[in-house]
Design a binder for this molecule. Structure first.
Ligand code: NAD
Length: 503
């Protein structure tokens, strides 16, 4: 990709629709050096937007991130267009109007009569089909999706979406331009939810399902994904921030767009929450309360238990191998045996990394599952799963073992795949499926998930840590226990498992 295809800084960028996103995008283009023209149909909205943008530049000056001269020059490049016809000389028009297909189609039909034939046309839609918005255009080849994230001046990721009719040159120009603006663009095909909103669905969906299955309460599920999984925020606190209605609408639109594929099925628990008006922070109540003085419920943590004097490690623990060093450093004796892939506790109970099966299936055996961590050394919490048949002594030994490593320990219900392992397996599955369908490269998918939703690792990086054999085992076992297709590993996961074995 060559950067010299970027639109020259002397050329005008027009932003149509100057609400939250339009203002942010306009600021980015302005600071990058372009003359920027704002247009909005609501009276005075574009003028107010221009004032708001200059106000934000003033704050950058106060913080020492911009000189007063740069601010004055930028403000001088910013103008308001009362009519669409005033955008005739734009080299790029970015639309950020209401999320309604007919409104966007009508806008671009009018714009196409105004701007030059080589003007790049872009939509910031987050859920509509880029192909459909361009469907009625005379020149749909110059039409792209430029999906910025809110707040656009701060968040680096931009999804550059090619519709069915988008020319490669147009996508390349759009990519090079936003890269010149200091953003991190990723390229993707026109798919429901694009990259981030498509691949992130299981992060919310698995948490909701685990809650429905009474594996744990929301605060505990959040804590496990944060403190063990390494995710910045848990799905319940995050959807309270996004708005339960907004998050559910994205889930429903992706599910509908995929013709109600079970991989994307919405949650009844979230439906009820939305129906009850508990939309999250904005209404003062979602999964958690946000009224003055309200306290967040504490995640479930076990009371202190004595550390076992020794453990036996059977075979190679794979991604969980760093635990062995931590155990030795805690002064617990480690004996190694050749085959297996698990721990044995002094009382004879076995400790296994979540593999998609449930504890109750091990009739007569003493089993405790532990959840997947992004990094076992850095994790501050470990989740354990037991069945009612597991003896309290075995559970206490397992709790004491992880507590001796300085971890909080959370015991959850006996659900296959636990919390982090199940979520990560599904993220990998959707990412591999998207890559194999030509939606985007593996590298761009990882970048999008790290920057767009702050994941500690992209799905392909998780897969490299775990190995596809483990991912496939998790999904296969989950699919056996929930045989409606949601967990069926996609062909690409199985193919990569075979390729991995052949290496
Ligand atoms: N808010 C987000 O977090 C976010 C993130 C990414 C993408 N998006 C997408 O960006 C777009 C805008 O979202 P927003 O949150 O900034 O909305 P917003 O409601 O803050 O702003 C929309 C603006 O468009 C104007 N408008 C409506 N119809 C118009 C028309 N025909 N011509 C010109 N102006 C018109 C409105 O007056 C309003 O000022 C949507 O497509 C949305 O899906 C939003």
């Amino acid at each position: 990709m060559t950067d010299n295809m970027a639109i020259e800084r002397s050329r005008t960028v027009a932003v149509v629709g100057t609400g939250t996103m339009g203002q942010g995008i306009a600021q980015v283009a302005l600071v990058a050096g372009h003359p920027v023209r704002l247009h909005d149909t609501a009276p005075d909205r574009a003028r107010e937007a221009a004032e708001a943008i200059v106000g934000r530049l003033d704050r950058l000056v106060e913080k020492g991130r911009m000189s007063p001269e740069e601010r004055d020059a930028a403000a001088g490049r910013l103008s308001v267009a009362e009519a669409l016809d005033d955008l005739a000389d734009a080299a790029l028009v970015i639309e950020a109007v209401v999320e309604r297909l007919a409104v966007k189609q009508e806008l671009f039909a009018r714009l196409e009569k105004t701007v030059a034939d080589d003007c790049l046309l872009a939509t910031n839609t987050s859920s509509l089909s880029v192909t459909a918005i361009a469907g009625k255009l005379r020149l749909p080849g110059r039409f792209v999706g430029l999906h910025f994230f809110n707040p656009a001046p701060l968040l680096p990721l931009v999804e550059v979406v090619s519709g069915f009719a988008t020319d490669d040159t147009a996508a390349t120009r759009a990519y090079a331009t936003v890269k010149e603006w200091g953003k991190t663009p990723v390229r993707c095909a026109d798919t429901p939810g694009f990259l981030v909103n498509r691949i992130a669905r299981p992060f919310y969906a698995e948490a909701l399902r685990l809650y429905e299955e009474q594996a744990a309460d929301p605060a505990t599920i959040d804590a496990v994904l944060r403190d063990c999984g390494g995710f910045r925020m848990g799905p319940f606190e995050l959807t309270d921030l996004i708005g339960q209605d907004v998050n559910e609408a994205v889930t429903r639109s992706v599910w509908d767009a995929f013709h109600q594929d079970p991989k994307f099925v919405p949650s009844l628990a979230q439906r009820r929450l939305v129906e009850s008006g508990r939309l999250g922070r904005k209404t003062g109540q979602g999964w958690f309360a946000y009224t003055e003085g309200a306290e967040r419920p504490a995640p479930r943590s076990e009371a202190p238990a004595p550390a076992p004097a020794k453990v036996t490690v059977h075979g190679d623990l794979g991604h969980a191998e760093p635990l062995v060093g931590l155990i030795e450093a805690a002064g617990i004796k480690v004996r190694r045996q050749k085959r297996g892939g698990h721990f044995t506790l002094p009382g004879g109970g076995h400790l296994l990394l979540a593999d998609g099966e449930a504890v109750f299936e091990y009739e007569g055996e003493e089993i405790v599952y532990f959840d997947l961590a992004h990094d076992y050394t850095a994790a501050t919490r470990i989740a354990l799963a037991t069945a009612p048949t597991t003896s309290p002594e075995t559970l206490q030994e397992a709790v004491g073992l992880f507590q001796a490593l300085g971890k909080e320990v959370t015991v959850i219900g006996d659900v296959p795949g636990m919390i982090v392992a199940r979520t990560v397996a599904m993220l990998v599955d959707l990412a591999v499926d998207a890559a194999d369908r030509g939606v985007a490269s593996a590298e761009d998918i990882d970048t999008a998930m790290r920057l767009g939703v702050n994941y500690p690792a992209g799905p392909f990086e998780w897969a490299a840590l775990l190995g596809y054999e483990k991912v496939s085992q998790l999904l296969g076992a989950l699919h056996t226990r929930y045989p409606n297709g949601r967990y069926a590993p996609c062909l690409g996961v199985v193919r990569r498992e075979y390729e991995e074995r052949a290496r």
